[in-house]
Design a protein around this ligand. Sequence first.
Ligand SMILES: C[S@@+](CC[C@H](N)C(=O)[O-])C[C@H]1O[C@@H](n2cnc3c(N)ncnc32)[C@H](O)[C@@H]1O
Length: 203
Amino acid sequence: MPATAQAATNARRWLIAAFRSARNIATDLRHGQFTAAVPGRHGDTNNSDHKVLQAVFDQRVRPGDVIIDVGCGRGRVLAHLLRNHPGHRVVGIEIDHELAATTARRFADEALCEVIAGDAVAVLPDDATLLFLFNPFGEADIERLRVALEARPATQPPQRLLYSNPRHLGGFESSDAWTVRMNTLGGGRLVPFHDLAVIDRVV
Ligand SMILES: C[S@@+](CC[C@H](N)C(=O)[O-])C[C@H]1O[C@@H](n2cnc3c(N)ncnc32)[C@H](O)[C@@H]1O
């Protein structure tokens, strides 16, 4: 591609990214709190784009689902779920205890929302049915989560996972206990959104 065309493409990408940042900030503020730029344990500082959350959860939340945000940071996903999928119990788990305490204070008045401090693999609630992940884990953590889910007693409800930007799917793909379906979430050709893996427990 000639240098001028490449520069024009880069400029359009930059404009799209800037527009999305502004839209996310505006939606955050409508939800009552700015949540951007949460530093992750594995160097990932991103929050999910609000449009991505819409595309992830619409048509995929089922009646009675108890929805877990694995690595909830400041609670952007929790706020999205409370507003757009009311009536569901919503749980955020955050390994950074200070951040978890701040997020818990934010949602203290929400009867259906709980924020738990700790490692999501260790403190996953027994009634969890739908787990959302946006890249909070490295490969070893994803494997720990998969093994822990497979070890859950049959009396507990089966789990589905919605894994946005799924970097470490290998263990789920090679296990007979799960089916993995990949979905694109749109966003356009220049700056597409990350893919989504929908991972179902085979019962
Ligand atoms: C990239 S942020 C995602 C925030 C939010 N889920 C979203 O999609 O906008 C990832 C968060 O996961 C947390 N985290 C990393 N490992 C975790 C673990 N094992 N258990 C719970 N939280 C974890 C990090 O501290 C960080 O706040």
